[in-house]
Design a protein around this ligand. Structure first.
Ligand code: AGP
Length: 601
C-alpha cells in the first residue's frame, strides 16, 4: 500500500532523506512515486511511474534542495498507474500525499465541481486536496483548513501536507491508516512506519486515530479533529531496526526471512515459556467459543490453529477471512473470544473485524508482529510474534511465528483446562523446543529444492494437496507460489480432489503433495496422490517417508510428530515458491500488484 513521508528540517537537503525514506517504504508495494518540496516558497513536484531509482534518476539534475518536503509511493486504488494519478498532488496553495481511501470522494467532488474546481486525475485524493485548498483560499489557517476539511471526509487514511508560503510548516493526519512522527536534532519527520525513518530520528510518537500533528518551526503539536490539543508521548527509536531492514548478504529479503525462522522460533520458545501466566492474567481460559479472523497467510495460520484447538481442547473454534467476517454481522456476545492475526497489525479488513467485535463488548486479542500497530493499539491484549521486520511481500517467518505462538497458547489452554493428556503436551512442547534442528536440516538441503524448482517453473498450473493439518499448508504453498511466481496454483484438501479438481489433472498439471507419514491420514493422502499419477499428473511429494514411484519427484523431510507438521512443512513450500520465482526471474520481494501492508478494505 502507499507509503508517505514528510520532512521539515533545519537543513536545506530534505530531498535526500525523503528519497531514502521512500526507498525504505518500497517493501509496502507500489507502482509510482513522487516528491514535492517548497522551493522559494513555491511547490516543486516530480513524479514517475516505476521505482524509487527511476525517481532518483528523474531528479538527478533538478535542484530540489529545500528544508521542507513530502514524498510518496503509490499503490493504485483509484485510477490507472500514471504520473497524473501519482502523488504528491498539489494546487497553488498546498501539496499533499495520501495513503488510504476517501470513501465519499465522489460526493465531495460533485460539490467542489459546482464551486468551480476542475478535477484532473482519477484519484480520490483530489477531493481532500481541493477541500483543504478551498478553506485556505477562504483565508483560514492551515490547521483550521485541515480540521474543517476532515468534517466532510469519510474513509480510512493518512495525510502529509505542506503549504505554499509556509516554509516551516507541515501537517499530518492519521485516521485509520498508519502514521508516526519522529524527531532528531535536525529533522521532524512524518512517515507511514517507524522502520523507514529509524536511521534519521531518535524519538517517535505513534499517532492514534483522529490525531492531527502540526510541525511548526520544528515544534510538534498534536490535536484531535476538533482542534483540542493532545499531549504527545515520545518513545525512543530502536536503532537496531535499521539493521533489520538490510538484506545481510542474502540476494532477497524473502530468502533472508525464510532463513531467520530458526532464530524466530527460538526467541518465541523462550519469550512464551510463561504462557500459562499470561493466559491466567488475561483470563483467556474462560472461553469456550473462539473466533479467529485474519487474511491471506495469517488466515491460514488460523486454519491450522483450528485443527489444534479441536485436537487439544473442547473449545469451539471458527475461522473467518476478515473481509467476510466484518460484514457478516455475527451475533457475538461476551461468551466469545476474538483473535485477530496479522503480521503488519494494519490490515484494514482485520482491523475492521476487531473494531466490530469490540463494539459488541467482546474480548479481543491480537497476534501481531508490529508493536504499536493499529491492531496492537485496539486489541484488549496482544501476543507479539517477535520476528523482526518482515520486508518481503510474501510472508514467511511471520507465518511460522504465528503458528508457534498459537500452538503454545492452545497447549497452555489445554494444560490449564486439563483437556489433553499431560504427556502428549510435554512431548509436543519438547519437540517444538528442538524443531530448529529439523528446520536447519531442511534449510541445508535447499539446493535440492532449487533443482525441483527448475522442473516446476515450466508449469502454468499447479495443485497443492494435503489432509488435516497439512491442508492449510497446501493452501499456503499455493498462495506462496502464485503470489511470487505468477503460476496459477490452488490448494485442496487431498480428499476433495475426486469431488472436482481431479478433472483438471493431465500431463500439464503440476501437483505438490504434502504428506507426513506420522499423520493418521498419510496412507489416504498417498491414495489421493495415486489418483493423480494414474491421470499423468506431474507429482512432487514432500514427505519424510522415502518413496520409489516412477516419475514421482520427492523432497525428503526429517521425521516429526504430526502435530508439528504445519510448522516444519511450511519451510519447503516457502523455499519451493522462492526458487520457482527465482527461476522465472520475477520481482520476488515486490511481486506485481501486491502490497505488504493492506490498509484498504
Ligand atoms: C502473504 O504472503 C501475503 N502477502 C498476504 O496474504 C498477507 O498474509 C495478508 O495480506 C495479511 O497480512 P497481515 O498478516 O499483515 O494482516
Amino acid at each position: 500500500m502507499c507509503g508517505i513521508v514528510g520532512i521539515a528540517s533545519k537543513r536545506q537537503d530534505v530531498e535526500n532523506d525523503i528519497l531514502n525514506t521512500l526507498a525504505n517504504l518500497e517493501y509496502r508495494g507500489y507502482d509510482s512515486a513522487g516528491i514535492a518540496v517548497l522551493k522559494n516558497n513555491n511547490i516543486l513536484c516530480k513524479k514517475v511511474v516505476g521505482k524509487i531509482n527511476d525517481l532518483r534518476n528523474l531528479v538527478s539534475d533538478v535542484d530540489l534542495s529545500s528544508s521542507i518536503g513530502i514524498g510518496h509511493t503509490r499503490w493504485a486504488t483509484h485510477g490507472a498507474v500514471n504520473t497524473l494519478n501519482a502523488h504528491p498532488h498539489f494546487t497553488e496553495n498546498i501539496a499533499l500525499v495520501h495513503n488510504g481511501i476517501i470513501e465519499n470522494y465522489d460526493e465531495i467532488k460533485s460539490e467542489l465541481q459546482k464551486e468551480g474546481y476542475v478535477f484532473k486525475t482519477e484519484t480520490d485524493t483530489e477531493a481532500i486536496l481541493f477541500l483543504i485548498d478551498k478553506y485556505i483560499s477562504k483565508g483560514l489557517s492551515p490547521l483550521d483548513s485541515v480540521i474543517n476539511s476532515l468534517k466532510h471526509v469519510v474513509g480510512a487514511f493518512a495525510l502529509a501536507i505542506i503549504f505554499k508560503n509556509y516554509n516551516d510548516l507541515m501537517i499530518g493526519v492519521k485516521k485509520g491508516a498508519p502514521l508516526v512522527v519522529g524527531k532528531s536534532d535536525n529533522h521532524v519527520v512524518i512517515a507511514s512506519d517507524v522502520t523507514s525513518i529509524s536511521k534519521i530520528v531518535d524519538d517517535v510518537i505513534y499517532l492514534k486515530d483522529e490525531n492531527i500533528v502540526q510541525i511548526k518551526s520544528s515544534e510538534i503539536e498534536l490535536f484531535d479533529t476538533k482542534g483540542n490539543p493532545i499531549k504527545a508521548e515520545f518513545t525512543k527509536v530502536q536503532k537496531s531496526l535499521s539493521n533489520d531492514i538490510n538484506k545481510n548478504g542474502y540476494s532477497h529479503y524473502m530468502l533472508k526471512e525464510i532463513s531467520e525462522q530458526p532464530m524466530v522460533i527460538e526467541n518465541l520458545n523462550s519469550n512464551y515459556n510463561n504462557i500459562i501466566e499470561i493466559i491466567n492474567e488475561q483470563k483467556l481460559d474462560i472461553y469456550k467459543k473462539i473466533i479467529i479472523v485474519a487474511c491471506g497467510t495469517s488466515y491460514y495460520a488460523g486454519l491450522v490453529a483450528k485443527y489444534w484447538f479441536e485436537k487439544f481442547t473442547t473449545i469451539d473454534c471458527m475461522v473467518y477471512t476478515a473481509s467476510e467476517f466484518c460484514y457478516l454481522k455475527k451475533r457475538l456476545n461476551k461468551d466469545y473470544l476474538v483473535i485477530c492475526i496479522s503480521q503488519s497489525g494494519e490490515t484494514a479488513d482485520t482491523l475492521a473485524s476487531l473494531k466490530y467485535s469490540k463494539s459488541l463488548g467482546v474480548k479481543t486479542i491480537g497476534i501481531v508482529n508490529v508493536p504499536k500497530s493499529s491492531i496492537d493499539n485496539e486489541a484488549d491484549y496482544c501476543f507479539y510474534t517477535f520476528a523482526g521486520p518482515e520486508i518481503g511481500v510474501a510472508s514467511t517467518k511471520c507465518f511460522t511465528a504465528q503458528l508457534t505462538v498459537l500452538l503454545k497458547f492452545i497447549l497452555g489452554l489445554a494444560e490449564i483446562n486439563n483437556e489433553t493428556d499431560h504427556d502428549l503436551i510435554s512431548k509436543i512442547s519438547y519437540e517444538l523446543s528442538s524443531i530448529n534442528d529439523k528446520i536447519n536440516e531442511v534449510l541445508s538441503k535447499q539446493s535440492l529444492i532449487a533443482e525441483l524448482a527448475e522442473y516446476c517453473a515450466k508449469f502454468k498450473n499447479a495443485i497443492y494437496l494435503g489432509r488435516q493439518n497439512a491442508y492449510p499448508i497446501a493452501l499456503e504453498g499455493a498462495l506462496k507460489i502464485k503470489e511470487i511466481s505468477y503460476i496459477h496454483a490452488e490448494g485442496y484438501s487431498a480428499g476433495e480432489l475426486k469431488h472436482g479438481p481431479l478433472a483438471l489433472v493431465d500431463e500439464n498439471m503440476l501437483v505438490v503433495v504434502i504428506a507426513n507419514s506420522t499423520s493418521e491420514v498419510y496412507l489416504k493422502t498417498i491414495s489421493n496422490m495415486e489418483n493423480v499419477i494414474a491421470r499423468n499428473g506431474n507429482v512432487i511429494i514432500i514427505s519424510d517417508k522415502k518413496l520409489d514411484i516412477k516419475n514421482v519427484k520427492q523432497f525428503v523431510m526429517p521425521s516429526i510428530i504430526d502435530d508439528l507438521t504445519p510448522i516444519l512443512y511450511a519451510i519447503p513450500v516457502q523455499l519451493l515458491a522462492f526458487y520457482v520465482a527465482k527461476e522465472k526471474g520475477t520481482d520476488i520481494d515486490k511481486p506485481r500488484n501486491l502490497a505488504k501492508s493492506v490498509t484498504v478494505e
